[in-house]
Design a protein around this ligand. Sequence first.
Ligand SMILES: NC(=O)c1ccc[n+]([C@@H]2O[C@H](COP(=O)([O-])OP(=O)(O)OC[C@H]3O[C@@H](n4cnc5c(N)ncnc54)[C@H](OP(=O)(O)O)[C@@H]3O)[C@@H](O)[C@H]2O)c1
Length: 305
Amino acid sequence: MLDGITLVTGATGAQGGSVARRLLASRQKVRALTRRANSRAGCLLREQGAEVIAGDLADVGALARAMNGCRRVFGVTSFWEHFGTETVHGKNLVDAAREAHVEHLVLSTLPSSRRLSGGTISVPHFESKAEIEQYARASDVPTTFTHLAFYFENFLDYFVPEPDEHGLLHFGFPQGDTPLAGLAVEEAGAVVEALFRERGRFLGKVVGVVSEELRGDQYAYLLGQALGREVRYDHIPAEVYAELPFPGADDLAAMFDLNRRFVLTRADDIALTRSLHPTMATFSTWARAQRPRFEDVIAKRTKRD
Ligand SMILES: NC(=O)c1ccc[n+]([C@@H]2O[C@H](COP(=O)([O-])OP(=O)(O)OC[C@H]3O[C@@H](n4cnc5c(N)ncnc54)[C@H](OP(=O)(O)O)[C@@H]3O)[C@@H](O)[C@H]2O)c1
């Protein structure tokens, strides 16, 4: 049992939601931060036993008040909603944690793409989180950093397999044949809970949260097995992907290019993650459990076309 209250930011979203649900399931006291305390997600968290409070990551005073009386904080920032402002939000989390004398901040960040690539690739949503990480390291706030891999759940929104004219399902990104590290983000909460429990061991450390790493064709094969339909992976060159008509396509293209050329394996992260959460779902287990959701999103795409 972890004593005291844990503030979970992003509690209505993927990472924070997973942390909040996991801590509540372990009968921990959770204070959940959201901008809209009476939204459907906020009400659901309240029903599940969380204390739900309104606050914005842009407001450092509100964050410090939210952390008042909390021993631990899970912090996550949203690049895709705020882009450049994400860095300010992350620094606010660190400043508020210092002001509230929080004993342990677990902060979701990512490595510097420039450092990993010897200065050749810059991925904005990695750089902003690397800057937050550097800021936290320079502070005296006791912090652990989590680096989550690609969510398997992305196959249900950003990378839904689309049928071609023969009915074969395809998805694609600029990953070539390099394995792509992934995890079911719903399970990240179990790893974060383990980090809170083993605070001393992980202070100042980076924990890569990864379930397994698979090539694109392996994801396709396993998804096909789960759906009972053939699924194919197509490598899309980064320069082609970067020109796709949606905001952030160039950022994602750079991220895959970084992974393809400079992150050849995350075997050590897989071993550590599995030691902290031995029953973490593999892609195959996760995809089989998600079959109804896949059928639903694929049917919607098929109708739309
Ligand atoms: N997708 C991936 O594969 C992947 C992998 C690794 C890392 N990431 C990183 O994960 C981050 C996003 O995390 P997620 O997937 O958990 O996000 P998400 O599901 O989109 O949810 C975003 C959460 O942030 C909260 N939020 C946003 N702006 C806020 C603000 N100004 N003040 C207070 N709360 C705010 C939202 O709460 P309310 O709306 O209720 O206020 C919501 O709970 C991104 O920065 C991304 O780069 C993603």
